[in-house]
Design a protein around this ligand. Structure first.
Ligand code: PNS
Length: 159
């Protein structure tokens, strides 16, 4: 049995993430999707619990996917949930440098390896930062995020 950990900021989760989880759920026996803090990205829009609640709604339809959130090192979470390795998505070559560095650091401190999966070209422009920005300024992101996320963004920015 292979259990993989798919970590990310997920602030918020978008259709590119959903595609990665659906692909991983086909390839592996169990997928743990985890919202973590990326120290480089500051406090973010949604709290960890809120991001996890949205992840729950988005992956309700996949029986081999579970969700969690964690405020610590991703490798400690990987050990805690018994993951065989970490999955990360690559949108473009610009993702590669930082992802490679994180993968090598995680391997060096714990031995946990990272497997990269390419995103589909239709999702390669999706980024949570841009989705937050467009939603905040009143743009329509409803085709780029699951409906629960779209509603949550509208609620957040209309209050
Ligand atoms: O979606 P992101 O922002 O690219 O995800 C990055 C994330 C959250 C997976 C990364 O910042 C992370 O692993 N954070 C947890 C803290 C940690 O383990 N830092 C060391 C990484 S080498």
């Amino acid at each position: 049995m292979t259990r993989v950990l798919y970590p990310g900021s997920f602030d918020p989760v978008h259709n590119g993430h959903v595609e990665m989880v659906e692909t991983s759920a086909r390839l592996f026996d169990e997928v743990v999707v985890a919202a973590l803090i990326n120290p480089a990205k500051g406090d973010g829009l949604f709290g960890l619990e809120e991001r996890m609640a949205l992840l729950d709604k988005c992956f309700d339809h996949l029986s081999n996917v579970t969700t969690t959130s964690f405020d610590g090192l991703v490798v400690d979470l990987a050990a805690g949930v018994g993951a065989d390795f970490i999955i990360k998505g690559l949108r473009a070559v610009s993702d590669f440098e930082s992802e490679l560095q994180m993968a090598q650091m995680n391997s060096a401190i714990s031995g946990v390896e990272t497997l990269f999966l390419p995103t589909a070209s239709k999702s390669s422009f999706l980024a949570s930062r841009l989705i937050r920005e467009v939603a905040r300024l009143g743009g329509d992101v409803s085709t780029m995020v699951p409906s629960a996320v779209s509603e949550h963004l509208i609620d957040r920015y209309s209050s």
